[in-house]
Design a protein around this ligand. Structure first.
Ligand code: IMP
Ligand code: MG
Length: 384
């Protein structure tokens, strides 16, 4: 390890075009150590591959289907830890496993894998009532942890978020997330370490995450909301109260930039937006409903506006997140013949063309494709 660190200091950074598992070429930054033998290089790359941190983030305005993709990856890849960054209980992830539907707002979506520890990073604000209820309802007592430094949402934050400008103009979810983050910036917010009812769940999350990676285990980092709801990169002021791009999510959980192996951006096959703020080429309610694109917010139950897949937004999301791959959800809603398909080869030509057009425009591969609401309804195109 000491050798690898010393070598890393002496490397020159260059951009290389690396072919992905399914033959697509995409540009990734790779470090080319000067003067190292080919064998040493390969050994270093192998060592890197076993230390796998994958970050999953939303590519549009939230509600891209991250919950389903994360619970699939958590079950398929068996990471040691699924750790959540992002804003707070303003997020709603829906997960369907067999006949059961889970709607989670605080618990990381990876809890379906009972062998994984699920953790909330210190950058996330937590509503203890919501978290404790989800832990109880979903039987996650033995696997759920949060950092001592997570900020705490009090009833007064929910109150401030449920009226006035935040609700009427910004279309806030009323969850107290924004007011709690504002108190955190003012350094008046209570932290999880001050809350008795959470004491049994407290962990040093950055330490756990980095120790798991150092021991060669996999960590799945779960983002919330979507790129264009980012406080820095979104459609300000119609945004959430944090940066929610991959870099922000990593900071939330204490993961340094050099530790990230893959960034998977999740796109839905069409774009939706709940709350206020611009949505280019929004369809009329009738048209959205005719296409089967009428959706309702997980947290607020408000109707979501819908529009066609937006390639330029997707390309910008890939850029802002440094995406190395993407997931595409709800392909079966766009092309009903895809429903339940588990193999790319079986897809109708038009659906394949849609997927390839995104790969070509973004220069990264479609790693996972959702073909139905169930966790197992996916085409997984990553290397077997
Ligand atoms: P806030 O984050 O509750 O303050 O809401 C600010 C804006 O972000 C509103 O338009 C919300 O509808 C939107 N928003 C926040 N979180 C989510 C999410 O997880 N999915 C979709 N929209 C969200
Ligand atoms: Mg949602």
């Amino acid at each position: 390890m000491a050798v690898a660190v010393a070598v890393a200091v002496a490397v020159a950074v260059a951009v290389a075009v690396v072919p992905s598992a399914d033959g697509h070429r995409h540009a990734r930054r790779r470090r080319h150590p000067a003067g190292l033998s080919h064998t040493t290089l390969i050994k270093m790359q192998c060592a890197r591959r076993t230390v796998a941190a994958t970050v999953v983030v939303g590519g549009f305005f939230g509600d891209e289907g991250k919950g389903k993709i994360i619970s699939y990856l958590a079950t398929k890849d068996s990471p040691e830890i699924v750790v959540r960054g992002g804003a707070g209980p303003n997020a709603g992830h829906t997960i369907r496993d067999g006949e059961r539907t889970y709607k989670v707002r605080m618990l990381p979506s990876g809890f379906l894998n009972r062998n994984a520890r699920v953790m909330i990073g210190p950058g996330v604000v937590v509503d203890p009532d919501v978290l404790l209820r989800e832990v109880e309802d979903f039987g996650a007592q033995k696997q759920a942890y949060l950092d001592a430094n997570c900020g705490i949402i009090d009833p007064a934050h929910r109150e401030r978020d449920s009226g006035g400008r935040l609700k009427d103009t910004i279309g806030s979810t009323g969850s107290g997330t924004g007011p709690a983050n504002s108190d955190r910036a003012l350094r008046t917010l209570r932290l999880a370490r001050d809350v008795e009812s959470l004491s049994g769940m407290i962990a040093d999350v950055p330490h756990e995450v980095n120790s798991a990676l150092a021991a060669g285990r996999d960590v799945l980092v779960e983002g919330t909301q979507g790129t264009f709801l980012s406080l820095w990169h979104g459609t300000y002021p119609y945004v959430t109260s944090k940066d929610v791009t991959a870099a922000g999510i990593c900071a939330d959980v204490g993961l340094g930039p050099t530790k990230v192996d893959e960034v998977m951006v999740v796109f839905k096959s069409y774009v939706t937006r709940v709350g206020t703020g611009p949505l280019e080429n929004a369809l009329s309610d009738e048209e959205a409903s005719k296409r089967g694109w009428s959706e309702f917010g997980t947290v607020t139950g408000r109707p979501r506006r819908a529009a066609d897949f937006d390639m330029s937004l997707a390309a910008r999301a890939a850029m802002l997140n440094g995406a190395t791959q993407f997931a595409l959800t709800k392909l079966d809603v766009l092309h009903p013949e895809c429903a339940g398909s588990r193999s790319f080869g079986d897809l109708p030509a038009e659906a394949k063309k849609f997927v390839s057009s995104i790969e070509d425009a973004l220069g990264i591969p479609a790693a996972v494709i959702g073909t139905g609401p169930n966790v197992k309804d996916v085409i997984d195109r990553r290397a077997a």
